[in-house]
Design a protein around this ligand. Sequence first.
Ligand code: NZQ
Ligand code: ZN
Length: 381
Amino acid sequence: MNNFVFQNPTKLVFGKGEIAQLATLIPEEKKILVTFGGGSVKRNGVYDQVVQALKNHKFIEFWGIEPNPEVETIRKAVALGTEHQVDFVLAVGGGSVLDGSKLIASALANPDKDPWSIVLGRYSETAIPYASVMTLPATGSEMNAGAVISRRETKEKYAFYTNYPIFSILDPEVTFSLPAFQVACGIADIFVHITEQYMTAPGQSRPMDRWAEGLLLTLLEIAPKIKENQNDYDVMADYMLTATLGLNGMISMGVSQDWCTHMIGHELTALHGVTHGASLAIVYPGTLRTLKEQKKGKILQYGERVFGITSGSEDERIEAAIAKTEEFFRSLGLATRLSEVNIGDETINLIAERFNTAGLAIGEQLNVTGDVAKQILLNCK
Ligand code: NZQ
Ligand code: ZN
C-alpha cells in the first residue's frame, strides 16, 4: 500500500426532510448566492423546501447552470455574486450545478483571476465557503473537491480542484423525479468512478478492494430495482450513498488510480455533447479490451468477485468479465459503442491528436498516450 493522507471535511446530512436543516447549517449573517440548473427543482418541490428553510437568511438566486457547466455561464454568476458581495454559495441541483458553484466560489475568492485560468491552474487554494443540496446521485461532487468545467468556445472540458463543500444535504426523495436516462447515466458514472480506483493492479490493499467490490455489487443489485420502482425510498437511499462513497476518497486510500476512461469520455462530451455517464459506458469496455494485459490480474479478480466468473482459461474469464460489464451498461439502456451515437474516425483522430499535443500520458502506468487513447476508441467502435 502506498503512503497516503486522508481527510474529508464535508459534513453529510442524509435523509428524508433534511433540506430543512439549511436553516441552521448556514449562519444567519451569511449573504448567500443560491445556484440552480434549468428548473427541475421548481417542479419537484426542492426549491420550495430551500426557500422555506432560508426564510431568515439573505440570499439571491442564480439560475441556468447547464449540464456540463460552461465557464461562460459561470462568469455571469461570479459577476452577480460580486455585485451583491455574497460570502457563501449554496448549490441546489446535480453535479453540474455543484461543479459550476465550486468554480464560482473559487473565482469569488480570487477576483483577480478569470475563471478559466483557475480551471487551467488545476488547483484553487482558496474558495469562499460553499455547500450543496444534491439532487442527482452520480458524480460524488457532494463530498469531493473536484469539479469539471467546459468552455463552449473551444469545446474543451477539464477538471480542477479546490476546497471541499462545507456540507451536503442528500434527501433520497428528491431523486424520485429523475428522468430514467439520468438515473442510467448516474449508475454508469458511479460504476466507472469505482473502477477507475480499482481496476489497476491487484494486491495493493484488501480493504480498498473489498470496499470497491461491495459498491459495484450494490450497483448490480439495485439497478434493476430502481428500474422497477424509482420511488422506493430505501433503494434510492442506497443509490445515493453509493454515489457519494464512490468518489469521496474512501476507496482510493493507498492504491493506484487510472482515470483514462474519464479523460477520454470528457472529450466525447466536449466535442459531441454526449452525457457524461453515457460517454463512460461507451469508453470503459474499450479501455478494458485495450489494456487487458496490463490489468489482467485485477480483471480476473473482478470477474470472480463481482460477476462470479470462475471457470474457463484466463483469457476466457477476462473476455467474460468484459462482456458482463458491457451487458450491465446495456441493461441500463445505454449505448456501448461509438457507432450508436454516430461518432467515427474523425473524432477518434482528433482526440488522439489533442492528447498527443498536450503530451498526455495517463492511467495507472502513465502509458495512455494519444496513440493508446486512439486504440481504446477504435475498440469502442
Ligand atoms: O438543470 P436541471 O433543471 O436541474 O435538470 C438537471 C439536468 O438537466 C436534471 N436533474 C438533476 N436533478 C434532478 C433532475 N431532474 C429531475 N429531478 C432531479 N432530482 O438532470 C440533468 C443532468 O444534471 P447534471 O447535474 O448535469 O448531471 P450530473 O450530476 O450527472 O453531473 C454531470 C457533470 O458532472 C461532471 C460531469 O463531467 C458533468 O459535467 N463530473 C463531476 C465530477 C466531480 N465533481 O467529482 C466527477 C464526474 O466524473 C464527472 O466528470
Ligand atoms: Zn464521472
